[in-house]
Design a protein around this ligand. Structure first.
Ligand SMILES: Cc1cc2nc3c(=O)[nH]c(=O)nc-3n(C[C@H](O)[C@H](O)[C@H](O)COP(=O)(O)OP(=O)(O)OC[C@H]3O[C@@H](n4cnc5c(N)ncnc54)[C@H](O)[C@@H]3O)c2cc1C
Length: 468
């Protein structure tokens, strides 16, 4: 349990050391903040509970949406902050925080460019498809196209910059003076020993509460029994601390789900399969929703099907596309993909009714031919071929989108809109830009919040330091 210990008077027991910026959490948010703070000459220490920093960032695909970047320009993609803001806002149905959305959209391009040019982290633009809701090609990834590689590259950059990352340092207690100024953070080591580190500013970069099953059941009841695919160490510490300090929270029922989590293999099956013409059928062989809507809300659709599962069905052309994704290749190696020369044989192999599957696929082929929308409102640009493949999937919770209320400088706010004296939050620890509904998540909102938020938080701390 993460707690706050209130100090009597402004000065508490002297910590071993005091740093200008103390960061809890060594995921994308914490590491980007530390790197950018170093650029401004601000010393920081990052506290990480794990022995090897991983977080949800390493579990992710590592795709970062960014606009007006050098990489986009080189690829001839015209994009702008305004266009990106419009896309995020449209997906969230206007339920997203407008100021934070603009701040993140404005920061992410310079952040990605700077990580490339100054921190030696090369980014490429994903091509071949766009994610639902993105009007431009703006998904950036490191060449390996995995979250683990993104983390390894960030960790290397942090090490080269001489930034201290204290691993196996589980922060559990904030020491705060009256007025909610945090003076120090106490950490627990695996051997039970404790250390206290003083801080001038504290950045909570310890993500959301997906790892806290009780809180998930309370705030997101429809995901109570869903697989949590994120980092289980993200147990809502930032919410516990923030609430104890008197901070406001927002969008707590918002989250990123995913309707394409290989079952039982536990691997992400790219949604590009759906956007490029694949479909989902349930265990009876029936289609049940418009797959072009987005993978987050698809999680709820899949979980409401018999057995809480669906089959992703696709053809040879889409198989080739899927194989460009490392997670898919891993799933294929693990035996997740079933192939068949036609729908009848596929149905037999999946144990479903052949007539129903043939009818479902026949309907999508007919709609692809006549260009009319199907019963779910989906339009098909292309038709599935004769040879088919399928992967059994379920709906999973990827990460929570609600969190501490922050302003556009990532300062944590009280319910009356005033800032806490020296506490910032970003990434999954703060509210996101998806609003409070599962369908509000535009792909990439997670790493957008983490990378842009970390970048902004460092700038805020630097600005505060320069005015002292
Ligand atoms: C399978 C999957 C795929 C995804 N793919 C994408 C994608 O392609 N694009 C995208 O934008 N988003 C994606 N996401 C979401 C994305 O991973 C997260 O939004 C993002 O990584 C959050 O970064 P963060 O730095 O806020 O948190 P994290 O990366 O989770 O880092 C938080 C760190 O804080 C540490 N920590 C927590 N509590 C404490 C404590 N008390 N003391 C010390 N340390 C603590 C944790 O151990 C962790 O290392 C995906 C998520 C999943 C699960």
């Amino acid at each position: 349990m993460a707690v706050v210990r209130w100090l009597d008077g402004a000065v508490g027991p002297a910590p071993a050391a005091t740093v200008p910026l103390l960061i809890v959490g060594a995921g994308a948010c914490g590491l980007v903040a530390a790197l950018r703070a170093r650029f401004f000459g601000i010393e920081s220490v990052v506290l990480e509970r794990d022995a090897l920093p991983s977080g949800s960032t390493a579990l992710s695909s590592g795709f970062i949406p960014a606009c007006a970047t050098a990489v986009q320009t080189a690829a001839g993609v015209e994009d702008s902050v305004g266009t990106f803001v419009a896309d995020i806002t449209a997906k969230a149905g206007g339920r997203n925080d407008a100021r934070l959305t603009r701040a993140y959209a404005r920061a992410i391009g310079p952040a990605v460019d700077w990580l490339g040019s100054a921190a030696g982290i090369p980014f490429e633009l994903l091509d071949g498809f766009t994610y639902p809701g993105h009007s431009r090609r703006r998904m950036h990834a490191v060449p390996e196209r995995t979250g683990r590689a993104l983390m390894d590259r960030l960790l290397r950059a942090v090490e080269e910059a001489g930034i201290t990352v204290l691993t196996e340092a589980h922060a559990d207690t904030l020491l705060a003076a009256p007025g909610a100024r945090v003076q120090a953070v106490a950490v627990r080591r695996p051997d039970g020993s404790r250390e206290t580190i003083g801080c001038e500013h504290l950045l909570l970069a310890c993500n959301g509460y997906g790892g806290d099953r009780e809180r998930v059941a309370r705030l997101i009841p429809e995901m109570r029994d869903a697989v949590f695919a994120g980092h289980t160490g993200n147990d809502g510490s930032a919410l516990d601390w923030g609430e104890a300090l008197g901070a406001a929270t927002a969008d707590l029922s918002g989250y990123q789900g995913h309707g394409s989590w290989a079952d039982p293999h536990g691997t992400l099956i790219t949604w590009a399969l759906m956007t490029e013409g694949g479909v989902q059928v349930n265990a009876r062989g029936e289609r049940f929703h418009d797959e072009s809507g987005g993978y987050s809300e698809a999680a709820v659709e899949v979980l409401s099907q018999p057995g809480g599962i669906a089959w992703n069905v696709f053809d040879e052309r889409l198989l080739a596309l899927a194989r460009t994704f490392p997670d898919f290749r891993e799933a294929e190696r693990a035996g997740a993909v079933t192939g068949a020369p036609d729908a009848e044989t596929l149905a037999q192999r999946l144990g479903m009714d052949g007539t129903t599957l043939r009818a479902s696929l026949g309907e999508t082929r007919a709609r692809a031919a006549d260009g009319e929308p199907d019963a779910f409102g989906r339009r098909f640009a292309s038709s599935l071929g004769e040879s088919l493949y399928a992967v059994r999937v379920t709906g999973a919770l990827f990460h929570t989108q609600g969190g501490l209320t922050v302003d556009e400088a990532c300062r944590v706010l009280r319910p009356d809109g005033a800032c806490l004296p020296n506490v910032l939050a970003a990434g999954g620890a703060a509210r996101g830009v998806s609003g409070d509904r599962v369908w509000g998540y535009l792909s990439g909102n997670g790493l957008l919040s983490a990378v842009a938020g970390g970048w902004i938080a460092a700038t805020t701390v630097a600005a505060a330091a320069s005015t002292r």
